[in-house]
Structure formats: C-alpha cells, structure tokens
Design a protein around this ligand. Structure first.
Ligand SMILES: Cc1cc2nc3c(=O)[nH]c(=O)nc-3n(C[C@H](O)[C@H](O)[C@H](O)COP(=O)(O)OP(=O)(O)OC[C@H]3O[C@@H](n4cnc5c(N)ncnc54)[C@H](O)[C@@H]3O)c2cc1C
Length: 396
C-alpha cells in the first residue's frame, strides 16, 4: 500500500502534522502501537491538559541549539492553537502564569485533533507494531518502506512523532532515537526531566518526615530561578518548583531554595529579640512556614527547644541564611516512570528548523518531543508539539 505521508506516533505532534498535511491534499496514514489516540494528552495537566502557554517563546525551551525552535514557534504560535481550540467551542481558563487548561477534560483536545484529522481524510492504524523501516534507492513516492503488523507501506514522507522515553507504561519507547541512529543522525544524550528529585542518606529521611507538605519558594538551578511550590515526598522533592528545576539540573549540581522569598527573616527575628519575645524558635518560625516544617528544620539545626533570647545572633544568622539559600544536592531524579518529559533527543543540527526534515535523509522528518527541544513546565511542551507538527505538516 502506498501513502504520500506516513506518520509513526498518534500523539500531539503526530496528529497536528497529520491534519495539516491532509488539508493540503496529501494522503496521510498514522501508525501507533498504542490502542488509543493521544494517551499522554488524556492524562496531561491532571486530566485537563495544559495545552499551551500564552507566553510561549524560545526562552522557555532547553536545547543544545536554543535558536532551533524560533522559526516553528513564530510560524505557529500559542495564539494560533488557542484560535483552533475556540473554533471547536472548547471552554478553557488560565490557571496561572499563562498556562491554559480545558475547563472540562483533556478528552476535548484529543476530540479536536481527531475531528480535524477526520475532516482532512487522515487514516489511523492503532495497536500496530512497527517491524522495520528501510529507505529505497532514489527519491520519489516510494522512498521509504515501513513494515508493520498492519501491513507493508511505501511512502514519500516519513514522519517520526514517537515522543520521548517518559512514561513507558503509556507506550513511550526509544523508537525515534534508534531510528535516527539507523539513518546516521546524532542523538543528544537523554535524561528524565520535569521530574521530582530524590536524595540519599539523612536528607532522604528528613524529607520523608515532611511528606505531603507544600511550600511556596524560589528554586534556583543552572542559572535560572522559578517561584512555585515545592512538595515534600517520601523520597525527596516534587511539585512544580522541583519539576521546573529538574529540567535545568545536571547530576552532581546543587539546587538552592529560598523558603521565604522576599521576607526579611533575620531582621524580623532580631526585632522580636530586641522586643524581649520569649517564644520558642520553632513556634516563631511556624508563623512563617508550616509548623511541621518549622519543627523539623529547627531540630535539624539544633535550635529546636530554645526560646529566642537563648539563641545567639550568629545562630539566628546561620539559620536565616539556610532558610533563604538552602543548598541541596539531589542524588538524582525519580526517572522516566514519573518524568513528564525527556530532555535531549534527535540533535537539532541534523534537522531543518523550517520543515523538521533530516538533512542527511531527505523525506524523513522528526516532530515533537523526540527531538532535542524540551519545554519548561506549563504548556510549553504541547506548544512545541503543535508548532513542530505544523511546520512539518506544511512540507511533507
Ligand atoms: C503525566 C504527564 C503530564 C503532562 N502534562 C503536560 C501538560 O499539561 N502540558 C504540556 O505542555 N505537556 C505536558 N506533558 C508533556 C507532553 O505530554 C509531551 O511533551 C507531548 O505529549 C509530546 O508530544 P509528542 O506527540 O511528541 O509525543 P507523545 O504525545 O508521547 O506521542 C508519541 C506517540 O508515539 C507512540 N509510539 C511510541 N513509540 C512507538 C513505537 N515504537 N511504535 C509505534 N508508536 C509508538 C506512542 O504510543 C504515542 O502515542 C505531560 C507529560 C506527562 C507524562
């Protein structure tokens, strides 16, 4: 069987590319080994899909080549996708920081993509295993042959939209990276990102004691700072602040947390001391931070049971420095079983930023998370899927 465009991966980027190409009159077939469309979209954003970010721009992406994403992001913008969402009558709201979520359910976004694909005549084969991909000699309509459990297909344009390694239980595989290598393309080392941190030894026990607590903080890592919540877990730190930081973290590096951003804690404590306040330090700190944290933190710093007058100025200063610049060295991140995305992937130097086509293998395209473009937490990864899928959809 022949098709003009064959797309492997029926996720966000694959479906966007599919209906863009279909609208241009191309015959399009999408293959996926998962039994249903857009599995990751369905569970994203807590089931409401944070489908874009109104502020999405190149600065919100991590890549070895930070310029690569500029072209696609400027040609298919957050405003373009919002327009599409509106045209399908899907209600949405901004949660915070430009993050747009469906009011009802992420199913609406999968429904939108499926409806657009149906209208553009896109065909799907789900639950289909890819057995081999080969390039035929010469160019033209039959330049790739894909063997699968749904049959053998020849195609002129082969689009790899198989995503990253995150969430193997949802069908994530390294297929796209392996295929890139098969065609002689470089792959930037991958790592789980937008993921929680885990800690070793005494730190791990300290976090376990605080499991379930959430604190608004500023977290800094790799030269960037984010103001969000951290969440203590049994093995370490999670929550949006930790997830953001994990994208910029490299093994062995510290992360620094300001637990009381903008608060002059040392001055506040010195004023209380001058006023003759006799409160126990942990109770005073509990006015600023969750009581369970204040208690554990004071114990750890050996100032737990002391009333304020008995705590030296130097000890207060040390405590406040640590509260505002708490330096932690994670042992690692949780891993692909929990990470929202994969950092790294197909090296963008191998691809055209305009069309996503591989320079060394004309007719072969990569879209979405499979490549070395990773967005921050907050709708940026879907925007990359839409923008890169759109760009390839105009060219295939
Ligand atoms: C829990 C969670 C929540 C998230 N929430 C958000 C959010 O709210 N906002 C946001 O912007 N991003 C979010 N993300 C990230 C976002 O889901 C991804 O960046 C995005 O889905 C990438 O789109 P994609 O099309 O490149 O890949 P995917 O959506 O992962 O699609 C890849 C497709 O390829 C298929 N596939 C893989 N290997 C093979 C193979 N060997 N053969 C055949 N088919 C294959 C898969 O079955 C899948 O259908 C979240 C991720 C997770 C894990």
């Amino acid at each position: 069987m022949h098709t003009d465009v064959l797309i492997i991966g029926a996720g966000a980027a694959g479906m966007m590319c599919a209906f863009q190409a279909g609208r241009r009159g191309r015959s399009v077939l999408v293959l996926d080994h998962a039994p249903k469309l857009g599995g990751k979209i369905l569970i994203s954003g807590g089931g409401r899909c944070n489908f874009t970010n109104t502020g999405a721009g190149p600065a919100n992406y991590v890549s070895r080549n930070p310029h690569f994403c500029k072209s696609a992001l400027s040609r298919y913008t957050a405003a373009d996708f919002i327009e599409l969402v509106r045209s399908h009558g899907i209600a949405f709201h901004e949660k915070k920081l430009g993050q747009l979520f469906c009011d009802e359910s992420a199913r609406a976004i999968v429904g939108l993509l499926k409806a657009e694909c149906d209208q553009a005549g896109v065909r799907f084969e789900l639950g289909c295993r890819i057995e081999s991909v080969a390039r035929q000699s010469g160019s033209g309509p039959g330049r790739f042959e894909v063997a699968s459990t749904a049959g053998r297909f020849t195609t002129e344009s082969l689009v790899i939209a198989t995503g990253g390694l995150s969430l193997p239980k949802l069908g994530a595989t390294g297929f796209g990276h392996e295929l890139a290598r098969q065609f002689g393309l470089k792959v930037v080392e991958t790592a789980p990102a937008l993921d929680g941190f885990v800690f070793a030894g005494s730190e791990s026990a300290f976090f376990a004691r605080l499991a379930g607590l959430s604190i608004d903080c500023v977290i800094s890592c790799g030269g960037l700072s984010f103001r969000e919540n951290i969440l203590f877990t049994h093995s370490g730190l999670s929550g949006p602040a930790a997830l953001q930081a994990s994208l910029h973290w490299r093994a062995g590096e510290p992360v620094v947390i300001d637990l009381l951003p903008g608060h002059a804690t040392l001055d506040w404590l010195f004023v209380k001391k001058r006023e003759g306040n006799r409160s126990i330090l942990k109770n005073l700190l509990a006015e600023l931070l969750p009581a369970r944290f204040a208690e554990a933190y004071c114990e750890r710093n050996r100032v737990s049971g002391l009333p304020l007058p008995q705590v030296s100025g130097a000890a207060l200063e040390a405590l406040c420095v640590a509260l505002h610049a708490w330096e932690l060295r994670p042992a690692g991140t949780v891993g692909y079983s929990k990470a929202e995305v994969t950092r790294g992937g197909v090296d963008t130097d191998e691809l055209s930023s305009k069309t996503m086509e591989a320079r060394k293998a004309p007719g072969l395209y990569f879209v979405g998370e499979v490549m070395d473009v990773t967005g921050w937490l907050g709708g940026y990864n879907f925007q990359w899927a839409w923008s890169s899928g759109w760009a390839a959809g105009q060219a295939v």
